[in-house]
Write a protein that binds this ligand. Structure first.
Ligand code: ZN
Ligand code: ZN
Length: 338
C-alpha cells in the first residue's frame, strides 16, 4: 500500500510499504482523509524530540471500517483518539492519562494514518455523526485540542478574547470561542489570506505587520485589555506580548507548543495578578465531545480546510504550508487519490 513516510530530516517520501498485519482488538480502517498537524511539521524538519525514521505520518485520520469488529461494523465512518498512555505513572493513575509522563501518539511514536489502511484498536475509535461531511470531521482531533483549552481557561460567555496566531489551532480556537458566546474575538497573524477567512468566520482580524495588536485591543476595551488570551503562535513575540494585552486578573492560556523557552514578562504577571494555564491535547471524554461538536460547527470547520491534496502529491505538503502565499490553514491529504 502507499504511505507517506518520514525518512529523515526534510524527507517526506511517498512509498509502497507492506499492508499492516491484523491485531487482536483492532479493526482495519480504510483511510479517506488525514490532516497535517503542526507536530507533523516538526517531525518533517527533524526537530521532533521523539519521532524516529522510518515512520508513517498522521494522527488526524478519518476512514471507514473495512471489516466487522466487536463494536464497529463494516462501513462505519470513524476517527481515532490517538493518544498512547503508559497506564501507571501518576497522571495515568489519577485520571489525567492525556498528560502521561511518557505520552505517545499514533503517527509520532508508532506508524500513523497517512496511508491507505491501518489497524486501530476498537477502544479508541469514535463513529463520525451521520450528516457530518468528511471535510468537517477530519478536523475532529484539533477541535478536541481547543475544547481542552477552553475548559482549562474556564472561558465564560461574553468574555473578550484575543487569539495570537491564525493557523489551524488559532482559527479553531476563534470558531469555538465565538460559538460559546465570546463578546469579541481578536485574532492576529501576518498572512492576509488567513485573516480574510477569520473575518468570514466572524472574528476580528488584526494584521500585526500593519497594526499593533496591543493598541487595537486596549482601544476596544477602555484601556483594560482582554479577559482571556490564547497563545496559539508558539512565537517569541507572542510570549512577550501576552501579559501586556491581557487585563488585570485576566487569564492566559498556552495552547501552542513553545519549542524552546521564550521570554515572558513575569513582573506583569505578578502586578496584574494574572492566571497562566497550560493545556495539552485532550482527555478521551473531550475527544468524544469534539466528535459530537462537529455537528454544530460543520460549516465553519469546512471553511478552514483550505487545501485537500491528493496522496500522489503528498510529498509537497510541507513546502505548501511553509509558503505564506499558499494561504493554507488546514491542509488535508486525500489518501484515496494516488
Ligand atoms: Zn494534531
Ligand atoms: Zn502514564
Amino acid at each position: 500500500m502507499k504511505a507517506l513516510i518520514y525518512a529523515g530530516p526534510k524527507q517526506a517520501v511517498l512509498k509502497d510499504v507492506p499492508a499492516p498485519a491484523a491485531r487482536e482488538g483492532a479493526v482495519k480502517v480504510d483511510v479517506k482523509y488525514c490532516g497535517v498537524c503542526g507536530s507533523d511539521i516538526g517531525i518533517y524538519l527533524g526537530t521532533h524530540p521523539r519521532a524516529k525514521a522510518p515512520l508513517v505520518f498522521g494522527h488526524e485520520f478519518l476512514g471507514v471500517v473495512a471489516e466487522d469488529g466487536k463494536k464497529f461494523k463494516k462501513g462505519d465512518r470513524v476517527v481515532a483518539y490517538p493518544l498512547l498512555s503508559c497506564g501507571h505513572c501518576r497522571a495515568c493513575r489519577t485520571g489525567s492519562a492525556h498528560v502521561c509522563n511518557t505520552l505517545g501518539l499514533i503517527g509520532i511514536d508508532v506508524d500513523g494514518g497517512m496511508c491507505e489502511e491501518l489497524y486501530v484498536d476498537e477502544d479508541v475509535l469514535f463513529k463520525v455523526p451521520d450528516g457530518v461531511s468528511d471535510r468537517a470531521a477530519v478536523v475532529t482531533e484539533p477541535l478536541a485540542v481547543i475544547l481542552r483549552a477552553v475548559h482549562q481557561a474556564e472561558f465564560k460567555a461574553r468574555d473578550v478574547a484575543v487569539v495570537i496566531g491564525a493557523g489551524p489551532i488559532g482559527m479553531l480556537t476563534g470558531i469555538v470561542l465565538k460559538n460559546i458566546g465570546a463578546a469579541k474575538v481578536f485574532i492576529s497573524d501576518v498572512a492576509e489570506k488567513r485573516l480574510a477567512i477569520a473575518e468570514e468566520l466572524g472574528l476580528t482580524p488584526v494584521n500585526v505587520a500593519k497594526e499593533d495588536l496591543n493598541e487595537v485591543v486596549k482601544a476596544a476595551t477602555g484601556g483594560e485589555g482582554c479577559d482571556v488570551l490564547f497563545e496559539c503562535s508558539g512565537s517569541a513575540q507572542g510570549a512577550m506580548d501576552m501579559t501586556e494585552i491581557t487585563r488585570v486578573s485576566g487569564t492566559i492560556c498556552m495552547v501552542s507548543v513553545h519549542k524552546k523557552p521564550h521570554e515572558v514578562n513575569l513582573q506583569q504577571l505578578n502586578f496584574k495578578e494574572q492566571w497562566m494555564i497550560g493545556t495539552r491535547v485532550y482527555t478521551k471524554e473531550e475527544f468524544g465531545q469534539a466528535v459530537e461538536y462537529t455537528k454544530d460547527l460543520q460549516e465553519q470547520l469546512e471553511k478552514i480546510v483550505t487545501h485537500i491534496v491528493p496522496m500522489k502529491d503528498a510529498e509537497r505538503v510541507f513546502d505548501m504550508i511553509a509558503d505564506v502565499n499558499e494561504g493554507t490553514v488546514k491542509v488535508v491529504v486525500d489518501c484515496k487519490d494516488f
